[in-house]
Design a protein around this ligand. Structure first.
Ligand code: HEC
Ligand code: HEC
Length: 157
C-alpha cells in the first residue's frame, strides 16, 4: 500500500511538472513555488509583469523561499508564459469601451473606488496610466477611449 501511494504521488508530481514549458526561470519556479500548492494555481493565472512581481513578493511574505538571484528570472518566466492574454481575442475597443472598463478596471477592486472619483480628463489619464503600471490590461488602442469614457461618466462636479 505504502509503495502504491508513493508511486501515485510521484506520478502526480511528474504530470504537474510537465505542464511547465521549458525556459530560463523554470527551474526556480519548480524548486520554489510548488512546496505549498499545485502548479495549476500558477498556470491558470494571467498576469502582467507587475502582477507577477506582486504575486511573487506576496508568496515570499507568505513564506516562499526565493534567493535574490532567482526573483527576476522567475518573474520573467511567469510573465512570458502566463502573461495577460493577447489583444486579438478582445472585442474592438471603440464599440466596447464599457466592456473594456469592466474587463480592465474591475479585476482588482470594485467599481466604487473608481466611481467615487471626480477627475478632469488629465486626471483620468494619469489614473489609467498608473493602473496600467500596476497591472491593468489596457492596450494603447483602448486607452484614449477608456479615458474619454471615464471623464464622461465621472467628470469634476
Ligand atoms: C509557503 C507556501 C507557499 C509557497 C512556497 C508559494 N505559495 Fe503561492 N500560495 C500560497 C497560499 C497559501 C496561497 C493561497 C491560495 C490557496 O491555496 O488557495 C497561494 C496562492 C497562489 C496563487 C493564486 C493567487 C493568489 O494570490 O492567491 C498564485 C498565482 C501563487 N500562489 C503563485 C506562487 C508562486 C509563483 C510561487 C513561487 C514564488 C508560490 N506561489 C509559492 C502559498 C505558497
Ligand atoms: C492590477 C490591479 C488593478 C487593476 C486592474 C486596476 N486597479 Fe485601480 N487600483 C489598484 C490598487 C492596488 C489601488 C490602490 C487602492 C486600494 O485598493 O485601496 C487602486 C486604486 C484605484 C483608484 C483610487 C485612487 C488611486 O489612485 O489610488 C482608482 C480611481 C482606480 N484604481 C482606477 C482604476 C481604473 C480606471 C482601472 C482600469 C483602467 C483600474 N483602477 C484597474 C489596482 C488595480
Amino acid at each position: 500500500m505504502r509503495l502504491v501511494a508513493v508511486l501515485l504521488l510521484l506520478a502526480t508530481a511528474l504530470a504537474s511538472a510537465q505542464e511547465l514549458p521549458a525556459g530560463p526561470g523554470r527551474d526556480a519556479v519548480m524548486k520554489r513555488c510548488l512546496a505549498c500548492h499545485e502548479i495549476d494555481l500558477i498556470v491558470q493565472q494571467r498576469l502582467s509583469t507587475p502582477g507577477w512581481t506582486r504575486e511573487v513578493d506576496k508568496m515570499v511574505r507568505w513564506g516562499a523561499v526565493v534567493e535574490p538571484g532567482e526573483r527576476e528570472p522567475m518573474i520573467g518566466y511567469l510573465s512570458r508564459h502566463f502573461g495577460v492574454r493577447p489583444a486579438a481575442s478582445r472585442p474592438s475597443p471603440a464599440d466596447n469601451v464599457e466592456a473594456t472598463y469592466k474587463r480592465a478596471c474591475l479585476g482588482c477592486h470594485e467599481g466604487d473606488i473608481i466611481e467615487g472619483q471626480r477627475l478632469p480628463r488629465a486626471g483620468w489619464t494619469r489614473t489609467v496610466e498608473k493602473m496600467i503600471r500596476w497591472g491593468a490590461a489596457v492596450d494603447d488602442s483602448e486607452k484614449s477611449s477608456l479615458v474619454d469614457y471615464l471623464a464622461g461618466r465621472f467628470p469634476v462636479r
